[in-house]
Design a protein around this ligand. Structure first.
Ligand code: ADP
Ligand code: MG
Length: 408
């Protein structure tokens, strides 16, 4: 292992940036999230690859040898050729316009030889780290074997950092460690949105169920001034205050939890905004006949699938005064038109406020990203996090093991 010089001390965040290291001629082990969607052998969405490009450009331009660690699928600790990362090397080469070779193993002598054969500025993609059981087990010996391949560890996989695995956590104990550019960008955006936000802060929480997001809601009510509830989640809250929800998606066994969220919000001076009117249908299908009714007058045979116009104006009125907006979960069944209307209206309003410079807006969640793109608003938000599970755990206020590991 070659000696690595740290040029500057880490800042108050507690971890180093790749810019703090002199990386010329060094071998950098870069943890990336290349768990990209694939259909018939082709990558169907290159977002994750494209977002890594600035880090790759930086490292290669500075003359580092870059070894990429990633998982792909769920091979459960077995060498499964169907989940090999080999198919990605040519894709990366094209998207990054860099020289990318492939190593059929992520540890061991052969991988070491291939790494040593790299020229400065070249990239070596290592085989799926989840081919070894030691990865998910955060096994100390496996982490050490990974570390043996490089001089510096860089984590640029925020989206995998809610897991304490060997390539996201254990490895950092063996090498000088830093956050990559994408990781830094993500952490900065999240800090601006919730840890150190400009007030007032408004959070939008929607989606299907409260059971999956209870911890998120309980954390948000402590931190934000307004919590706007929409989507199926709002149905459960309406039910909890005694409203009949007809055939709506509603978690009747979650009433106590919903009531506890109301109580906690009250204690923290957080205003909970519930739908005042809703769009209802008898059948959930494209262009289904619909009605708009007050939220407390849902007919028995109907289900609430979007927020109505009165609710939209109330939410936008509240948003108008806010400096920060955090968003997870659509306001309705946005996949079926025109029931994307509520989500679209709110999203476009938040986008407009962001573009005017008044508001910082941060959103994340698998369906949320799709919903904001459907609204054509994603591009105008301050930051869109593509880290599904990690974004949610961060919204829950949890420390992420992959981030914590960089701090030690
Ligand atoms: P994310 O993936 O962004 O965290 P969720 O998975 O929690 O979001 O929620 C998204 C899902 O919620 C969408 O499939 C959407 O159709 C559904 N949904 C939103 N509103 C309703 C509603 N009123 N009734 C039933 N499903 C809803
Ligand atoms: Mg989802």
């Amino acid at each position: 292992m070659t000696q690595v010089q740290i040029k500057e001390m880490p800042d108050q965040k507690g971890f180093s940036s790749i810019k703090d290291f002199d990386i010329q001629g060094k071998t950098v082990l870069l943890r990336a999230d290349l768990n990209v969607p694939r259909q018939n052998g082709k990558v169907t969405d290159t977002t994750r690859i494209d977002r890594l490009k600035p880090t790759i450009d930086y490292l290669t331009a500075k003359g580092a040898k870059v070894l990429i660690l990633s998982h792909f699928g769920r091979p459960d600790g077995e060498q499964n050729p169907e989940m090999s990362l080999a198919f990605l090397a040519p894709v990366l080469e094209k998207q990054w316009a860099a020289h990318v070779a492939f190593s059929p193993d992520c540890i061991g002598d052969h991988a070491k030889d291939l790494a040593e054969g790299l020229e400065n500025g070249q990239v070596l993609l290592l085989e799926n780290v989840r081919f070894y059981k030691g990865e998910k087990a955060n096994d100390a010996e496996f982490a050490k074997q990974l570390a043996l391949l490089g001089d510096i560890y860089v984590n640029d996989a925020f989206s995998a950092s809610h897991r304490a695995h060997a390539s996201t956590a254990g490895i950092a104990q063996h090498l000088p460690s830093a956050a990559g550019l994408l990781m830094e960008e993500e952490l900065n955006a999240l800090t601006i949105a919730l840890e150190n936000p400009q007030k007032p802060v408004l959070a939008v929480a929607g989606g299907s169920k409260i059971s999956t997001k209870l911890n998120v809601l309980n954390n948000l009510v402590e931190k934000v001034d307004y919590l706007v509830l929409g989507g199926g989640m709002a149905n459960t809250f309406l039910f909890a205050i005694g409203i009949e929800m007809g055939k709506s998606l509603c978690e009747k066994d979650m009433i106590d939890e919903a009531k506890a969220v109301f109580e906690k919000a009250k204690a923290n001076n957080c205003e909970i905004v519930l739908p005042k009117d809703v769009v209802v249908v008898t059948q959930l299908k494209e262009n289904a006949e619909f009605q708009t009714v007050p939220a407390d007058q849902i007919p028995t045979d109907y289900m609430a699938i979007d927020i109505g116009p009165q609710t939209i104006s109330y939410i936008t009125e509240k948003m108008q005064n806010c400096k920060t907006i955090v968003w997870n979960g659509p306001m309705g069944v946005f996949e079926i038109k025109p029931f994307d209307n509520g989500t679209n209206e709110i999203a476009n309003f938040a986008a407009k406020l962001t573009q005017s410079g008044q508001t910082t807006s941060v959103a994340g969640g698998g369906d949320t990203v799709a919903a904001l793109e459907n609204a054509d608003a994603a591009k105008d938000f301050t930051y869109i996090s593509t880290a599904g599970g990690a974004f949610l755990e961060w919204l829950e206020g949890k420390a992420l093991p992959g981030v914590e590991a960089l701090k030690s």
